[in-house]
Design a protein around this ligand. Structure first.
Ligand SMILES: C[S@@+](CC[C@H](N)C(=O)[O-])C[C@H]1O[C@@H](n2cnc3c(N)ncnc32)[C@H](O)[C@@H]1O
Length: 175
């Protein structure tokens, strides 16, 4: 009885630590929908050799596909331990030209990015809007999955499903 109570407490503590580890800044570690990847890549109009940056790349599935299919270079920022190492492993396995950095994307240097991808939260888009405006070079593109920038109207909006959820909303911005 005593042992099972201790086991339960240890399990609860571990679970809460794990949940703490998999979210940062209130943003959970949830992947964008793989069935929307083709539409996102099409919207990005990536040319061979361009640099695609994923802010909060999770396990890097999107970045690997985009880099491989479009002969592009990928850079992923991921702060959380598990997705970071998972992404590193996936990149290694795929052989794609993708670099994963364990860094806060608010400190990312976006000046070399040709395309930026993000699947974040509305509050984060509020904080990033000025950074995009100040740092993205002319001709670069931003594609945001699910959430738009608060002030700027998207240049293009693609909807891949007809329910009322944010999933399947792709917002495109030209800089
Ligand atoms: C909703 S997931 C999206 C994952 C991936 N981009 C995708 O579309 O499948 C957001 C990711 O951003 C990461 N993240 C949140 N805030 C971050 C920050 N300030 N710097 C780097 N990564 C961050 C989270 O750990 C999480 O893995």
């Amino acid at each position: 009885m005593f042992i099972s109570l201790v086991t339960l407490i240890v399990a609860l503590v571990m679970l809460s630590v794990f949940i703490g580890l998999i979210r940062v800044g209130g943003i959970p570690f949830i992947s964008s929908n793989k069935k929307d990847y083709d539409a996102i890549i099409r919207a990005m109009d990536i040319k061979p050799g361009e640099t695609v940056v994923d802010l909060g790349c999770g396990k890097a599935h999107f970045l690997i596909k985009a880099a491989k299919e479009k002969q592009a270079k990928g850079i992923g920022y991921e702060l959380v331990f598990w997705p970071y190492w998972w992404a590193r492993f996936n990149v290694w396995k795929s052989g794609a030209p993708v670099k994963i950095l364990r860094r806060d994307f608010f400190k990312a240097d976006l000046s070399e990015a040709d395309v930026v991808f993000c699947y974040l939260f509305p509050e984060t888009m509020v904080k990033l809007e000025a950074k995009f405006q100040n740092e993205l070079k002319p001709g670069s593109r931003l594609v945001s999955y699910s959430f738009k920038l608060p002030k700027r109207q998207p240049d293009k909006k693609i909807i891949t499903n007809d329910d009322n959820t944010e999933l399947g909303r792709i917002y495109f911005y030209q800089y």
